[in-house]
Design a protein around this ligand. Structure first.
Ligand SMILES: [Fe+2]
Ligand SMILES: [Fe+2]
Length: 256
């Protein structure tokens, strides 16, 4: 089927996508501010990081609308209202919206664009969908941790990173204050979810990241900030499932 862009469903879908991405960016920026107020600084970083990616998606869809520049696009669409101070609820709602984009909305938009002959738009919807899936996985895993009261506690020894100074230590619980920089516990994130952590170092208290981990170096609680890192064997981490959701393991290396 060949159809003019101005009369196409794809034009409307691109505007729907731009509006959806813009709103997601705003929702996550507002959520980040809320996390900061609640001293959940690592979650603030996650929301801010994801908001930046939604902005990038929005800009990509926006550019596809260039042939209609100077016109108005009338829309009928549903957009979510998630107004709450409950961060775990915000994470869960964000997960659901991301999965909706990944599983139904963008695949449908991609197919419509293909049928209308807009291959670039189709490819873009197709490319963004799995990114939204990873956003949903990330939010869902963090929602699980919050709901289980395990954002800063693990059933087994776990690597933790302070997102302010990069201090790393191994302990069942993230320190109340960072031994290196003094920032509060809210800056700590499980090492396997921390930014730019190499897979062989991240290990993990979920068991998922531990497979194939070579003998690594990580500071144990009490060793923090002084002396050489304590070397531990990989076997220490094997099979130490901390009761985390499977999704958390799947997030290994993709959070940031
Ligand atoms: Fe997005
Ligand atoms: Fe997303």
């Amino acid at each position: 089927m060949s159809i003019s862009f101005s009369e196409s469903e794809t034009r409307q879908n691109l505007m729907r996508a731009f509006a959806g991405e813009s709103q997601a960016r705003s929702r996550y920026t507002i959520a980040a501010e809320l996390c900061r107020q609640q001293q959940l600084y690592a979650l603030e970083a996650v929301f801010t990081f994801t908001a930046g990616q939604e902005h990038a998606h929005g800009a990509l869809f926006w550019k596809q609308l260039q042939p209609s520049s100077g016109t108005q696009v009338p829309l009928q669409a549903d957009y979510p209202v998630d107004v709450t101070n409950d961060v775990s609820q915000l994470l869960r709602q964000a997960q659901q919206h991301e999965y909706a984009e990944a599983g139904s909305i963008y695949p449908v938009f991609a197919e419509a664009a293909r049928q209308e002959g807009f291959s670039q738009a189709a490819a873009l919807f197709q490319s963004v969908a799995p990114i939204e899936q990873s956003h949903g996985d990330r939010f869902g895993a963090l929602a699980d941790l919050m709901e289980q009261g395990k954002l800063f506690v693990s059933d087994a020894a776990c690597g933790w990173m302070c997102l302010n100074c990069g201090h790393i230590q191994e302990s069942p619980e993230a320190p109340k204050t960072c031994p290196t920089c003094g920032h509060p516990q809210g800056y700590f994130l499980r090492l396997e979810l921390a930014p730019y952590t190499l897979p062989q170092r991240a290990g993990g208290c979920t068991g998922a990241g531990a497979r194939g981990r070579p003998a690594g170096s990580i500071r144990a609680a009490g060793d923090a900030g002084t002396g050489p890192p304590v070397r531990r064997s990989a076997s220490r981490f094997h099979g130490k499932n901390a009761g985390l959701p499977r999704e958390t393991g799947a997030l290994f290396g993709v959070l940031f």
